[in-house]
Design a protein around this ligand. Structure first.
Ligand SMILES: Nc1ncnc2c1ncn2[C@@H]1O[C@H](COP(=O)(O)OP(=O)(O)O)[C@@H](O)[C@H]1O
Ligand SMILES: Cc1ncc(COP(=O)(O)O)c(C=O)c1O
Ligand SMILES: [Mg+2]
Length: 270
């Protein structure tokens, strides 16, 4: 037998809920063979309120991992997550272009939940100009969509729609903005824009602080479904179900963080 193959170019979340760990767990849950190119290691300090420290991976090591995967194996779909430098963003963009990759999910990670600081503020421009134009679908959260669109704070579904159109103009084929827990609304609302139509996804809103890794896992679930040949719409609707279940069964890891349960769809039917 064979499995569809997916690649994540992303950072390591030592606490296991987000980043490359979330992506690989999510690929596995979708019966997709997961591969990774690590870009940065994130460590959280339990003695300083879980503050985040980041350790970028050497650029040659990033390049070598990508050569292993693109020239040695091949991929059916790929995603990007946390990218710590402009050089690494450029390598990710080049990898997509040089290999003619089509099923490309760009998660323009600028912030981590649980850390108030924006991790790499100087990278917003490169994420917008270098990476976003290569996306089959780009998946910013509310904050990131405000940055990519240049609109700043987004407060309503109408704001989100306007931002989605602006981000589409940057060259992304499809834009999925996650209202998530941050948008004031009775549902967990995301908006998908394909350049013509808006789909407003209204998921059940779950009353929990434990949503660490939700964004990474959502974009990884989209990637996995694209690897199986799903359309963008099918992939997004399928992934929304997956992430809602994962949040419904999320749990407290310690006093600072609670991750989503990546196996929820498989182990819990309700
Ligand atoms: N409390 C919640 N209940 C249900 N769904 C949520 C909740 N918080 C976030 N989501 C959903 O989780 C997915 C990831 O969104 P979000 O958490 O905003 O991303 P990120 O982790 O990148 O900040 C989206 O589909 C969003 O609507
Ligand atoms: C390596 C890494 N990537 C991405 C993220 C973003 O996670 P989320 O899925 O909660 O947006 C984090 C947050 O801690 C992280 O450590
Ligand atoms: Mg995110």
């Amino acid at each position: 037998m064979t499995l569809p193959k997916a690649l994540t170019i992303a950072g390591s979340d030592s606490s296991g809920g987000a980043g490359i760990q979330a992506d690989l767990k999510t690929f596995q849950e979708h019966e997709v063979y997961g591969m990774s190119a690590l870009t940065v290691i994130v460590a959280m300090n339990p003695h300083n309120n879980w503050s985040h420290d980041t350790f970028p991976i050497d650029i040659d090591a990033v390049r070598a991992q990508l050569t292993t995967i693109t020239e040695g194996i091949g991929v059916d779909a790929m995603k990007t997550g946390m990218l710590p430098t402009v050089d690494i963003i450029e390598i990710a963009a080049k990898t997509i272009k040089n290999n003619g990759m089509k099923n490309v999910v760009i998660d323009p990670v600028m912030v981590c939940k649980g850390a108030d600081e924006v991790l790499y503020p100087e990278l917003a421009e490169a994420l917008r100009d270098v990476l976003t134009p290569n996306a089959k679908i780009v998946t910013p959260n509310l904050y990131e969509a405000g940055q990519l669109s240049g609109m700043g704070a987004l407060k309503t579904v109408e704001d989100i729609k306007e931002a989605a159109a602006k981000i589409h103009d940057l060259g992304a084929e499809n834009v999925l903005i996650k209202g998530g827990g941050k948008l004031e609304h009775e549902h967990a609302v995301d908006v998908l824009f394909d350049g013509n139509d808006y789909d407003v996804l209204e998921g059940e809103r779950i009353d929990t602080p434990y949503t660490h890794g939700a964004g990474c896992s959502y974009s990884a679930a989209i990637t996995a479904q694209l690897a199986y040949g799903a359309t963008v719409k099918e992939a997004v609707y399928g992934a929304k179900k997956f992430i809602t279940a994962a949040i419904r069964h999320s749990f407290k890891l310690n006093q600072f963080v609670g991750p989503v349960h990546h196996g929820a769809s498989r182990f819990h039917k309700e």
